[in-house]
Design a protein around this ligand. Structure first.
Ligand code: SIN
Length: 533
């Protein structure tokens, strides 16, 4: 048994910021299933949206967020996150984060933050570190974490399930007591006990066949919270990023929306611009509209991809502003200063998640959720680009302030160690890999950018069969990280499908041909799912 004051699952911006803020109040364990820098945050290219310029205002950022969210955002949440953003950004800079700056014209060498633009933003307000913002955030936060003697990072540790009072058979208030964690190096399951557990496990892009997300994005936090009995909301709203590199050898490589912010234009394979017909903001329209437009162009023409063209900007500018995208594309034989980039939409961000308030509190006492895993109400039915890192920073701060007051479990719960029963070593790993592929393909084909009731029902049937098989496998065999990820993507796939079937309208990212219009009865309604005890 390992006892801590704070247990943090995940090592992206939410987990690390929280850990740093609570570290002077007790011992902190950070659990991460690969190495410490491997998180969704690490791959963020665009940046953090925040009001830092005189040209901008909180009111405008709030309005843009509400417009993108298609009527489903919680306005009080949006206001708080937007208004608290600048203070959190200042802290990040003080910690060592280096955002890209630019020289102020006619100022004799003075500098200011360089602000990027992305879809749906009425002003330049994206703070970035060229096109590797996430990597720079991870560097700064991990360097700060390394200086803290009270924080221990457990790499290659995979959280299997939350330990809660209800699961242990206690009646009364539902408390989270910690988590069972697979040590991938030893194969042993370790018991981590803590009065405060933070889920900061990021998103679930790997539920879909094509995604911009890294391999770790298997929806572990949402699946664990759901199994523990917490409410999960709005899972039907999956954001498809319009521009993922299309190349047989490129896996999940994002072409940042900031490229369109700097003037890149979407074209058909014949070189014809097509976004004029879809939205007045053309290639910089909100993501749901751009992704659907690309999907429709590809279906109409039968093409495998569309093109993103920034060749009209000077090569020097492109290389300096997007060094990572330039180098990566060049590695695949595409010189983006001279030729357009083949792109396709891919699953990118889950707007729903574990239902929380602004302080990251879930329905289970002692269990917090912050970042991509959580649903605070900021994003509504469609996330405004680069609002997610902002949400993670603000809510991690608030959750830390709230959690430092919770120093013990209250009633003395007795936590048993993990018991494997009669489980034995898996005989056929092909079951895991087959089911993994099947779920992701079903989700891509039937629960993608454009949905119908029939496709959703088909997906539901298929996923129920797969779930039954996975459950059987889970109980019979010793757990491995592949099996745990499979179990989690299956749970998240089920939650997405059930939520999508419950919403009889099209709104934001959820587009159903059987109900192509928004339904005013659903304008402020979340789809909330809870596992029955
Ligand atoms: C991007 O760089 O396009 C991604 C930014 C985001 O998803 O917020």
């Amino acid at each position: 048994m390992k006892d801590y004051d704070f247990l943090v699952l995940g090592s992206g911006i939410a987990g690390l910021s929280f850990a740093l803020k609570v570290a002077s109040h007790g011992r902190v364990a950070i659990i991460t299933k690969k190495d410490r820098a491997e998180s969704n945050t690490n791959y963020a290219q665009g940046g953090i949206a925040a009001v830092t310029s005189k040209e901008d205002s909180f009111g405008l950022h709030v309005r843009d967020t509400l417009d993108a969210g298609a009527g489903l955002c919680k306005e009080t949440v949006v206001r708080a996150i937007v208004q608290e953003g600048p203070a959190r950004i200042a802290e990040l800079i003080k910690l060592g984060m280096q955002f890209t700056e630019r020289e102020i014209p006619r100022s004799r060498g003075a500098h200011e933050l360089d602000l990027g633009k992305e879809g749906g933003h009425s002003k330049r307000r994206i703070l970035h570190a060229k096109d590797i913002t996430g990597r720079e955030i991870e560097r700064a936060l991990l360097a700060a974490v390394a200086m803290h003697p009270t924080i221990t990072v457990f790499e290659n540790h995979f959280a299997i399930d939350l330990i809660t009072s209800q699961k242990l058979g206690y009646v009364g208030d539902h408390h989270c007591l910690g988590a069972y964690v697979l040590n991938k190096e030893t194969g042993q399951v370790e018991t981590f006990a803590a009065p405060v557990t933070l889920l900061a496990t990021g998103g679930c892009g790997k539920v879909y066949l094509y995604t911009t997300n890294p391999d770790i994005a298997t929806g572990d936090g949402v699946a664990m919270a759901y199994r523990a009995g917490a409410a999960v909301a709005n899972m039907e709203f999956v954001q498809f990023h319009p521009t993922c590199l299309y190349h047989p050898k490129a896996k999940s490589f994002l072409i940042s929306e900031a490229v369109r912010g700097e003037g890149a234009v979407l074209k058909t394979l014949e070189g014809v611009e097509f976004m004029d017909g879809y939205h007045p903001l053309k290639s910089l329209a909100p993501r749901d509209i751009v992704a659907r437009a690309i999907d429709s162009e590809m279906k109409r023409s039968g093409a495998d991809c569309v093109l993103l063209d920034i060749t009209h900007r000077p090569a020097k500018f492109i290389i300096e502003r997007f060094p990572n995208i330039y180098r990566t594309c060049l590695g695949y034989g595409i010189d983006i200063t001279k030729e357009p980039i083949p792109v396709v939409p891919a699953a990118h961000y889950q707007c729903g998640g574990v239902s929380t308030n602004l302080d990251g509190e879930t329905e289970i006492a002692g269990l917090y959720a912050v970042g991509g895993v959580a649903c605070t109400g900021l994003h509504g039915a469609n996330r405004l680009a680069s609002n997610s890192l902002l949400e993670a920073l603000v809510c991690a701060h608030r959750a830390a302030e709230r959690a430092v007051g919770v120093q013990n479990h209250g009633p003395g719960f007795k936590i048993p160690l993990w018991h494997s029963g009669n489980a034995h070593n898996p005989d056929e790993m092909v079951v895991v890999s087959h089911n993994w592929d099947e779920i992701r393909r079903v989700m891509w084909d039937y629960v993608g950018i454009v949905r119908t009731n029939k496709r959703l029902q088909r997906a539901q049937k298929r996923i129920a069969n797969l779930q039954a098989e996975i459950q059987e496998y889970y109980w019979d065999f010793i757990v491995t990280s592949d099996l745990l990820e499979l179990r989690n993507i299956a749970t998240v796939a089920e939650l997405i499908v059930v939520s999508a079937l419950q919403r009889p309208e099209s709104r934001g990212l959820h587009y159903n041909l059987d109900y192509p219009q928004p339904n005013s009865d659903w304008a402020q309604r979340d789809t909330v799912l809870r596992r029955l005890a």
